[in-house]
Design a protein around this ligand. Structure first.
Ligand SMILES: [Zn+2]
Length: 152
C-alpha cells in the first residue's frame, strides 16, 4: 500500500533550485568569497559564513561514493518502490549529495558498482510536478578517465 507522496517544499531559499529543475537544469550555490560549492541550498556559506552567494549550473557529472539497497519501506509513500538504491555521489563541483540511483537493474550491475563509478545526474519526475535529481551510472568520461575533474 502506498501512502501520501512525500513532496519537497519550495521555500525562498530553495525556489531557484526548483525553478531551474523544472527547466531541466541543476543549480548549485557557490560562495563569492571563498568559492566553496555546496548542496542543499543554505542561507550563508557553510565554509566562511559569507552571504554573497551565486547560483550556477552543475555539470551533471559525479562519482559514486557509496550506496545502499533499501529493502524495507521506511514510509508508506515508498512502499511500492522497494527495493531501490540510495547513493552518496560526489559531484564534480565538490558537494556530496544524497540521491536515488537508477539504471542498475540486476545483481551483476549492482555488483559492478564501485566507489569510482562515474554517474550522470538527471532530473526525473516526482510528485506535485517537481523534478528530482537522480543518478545513473555512465561509464568512463569521454576521455576514458574514470577520475573526476578536481572541483573548480
Ligand atoms: Zn565562503
Amino acid at each position: 500500500m502506498t501512502g501520501p507522496r512525500i513532496v519537497p517544499e519550495s521555500t525562498e531559499l530553495t525556489a531557484a533550485f526548483w525553478s531551474a529543475a523544472a527547466e531541466g537544469r541543476i543549480l548549485l550555490q557557490r560562495c563569492a568569497g571563498c568559492e566553496l560549492v555546496w548542496h542543499p541550498p543554505a542561507p550563508v556559506c557553510p565554509g566562511c559564513r559569507g552571504d554573497v552567494l551565486e547560483w550556477f549550473a552543475s555539470s551533471g557529472r559525479g562519482t559514486l561514493y557509496s550506496y545502499t539497497r533499501v529493502e524495507h519501506a521506511a514510509h508508506a509513500a515508498v512502499a511500492d518502490a522497494v527495493p531501490y538504491l540510495v547513493a552518496l555521489v560526489d559531484l564534480d563541483e565538490g558537494p556530496r549529495v544524497v540521491t536515488s540511483l537508477v539504471g542498475v537493474d540486476d545483481a551483476s550491475a549492482v555488483s559492478a558498482l564501485t566507489a569510482r563509478t562515474r554517474v550522470t545526474i538527471e532530473l526525473g519526475p516526482a510528485a506535485a510536478g517537481l523534478q528530482l535529481p537522480i543518478a545513473r551510472p555512465s561509464g568512463p568520461d569521454a576521455d576514458g578517465s574514470i577520475d573526476p575533474a578536481p572541483p573548480a
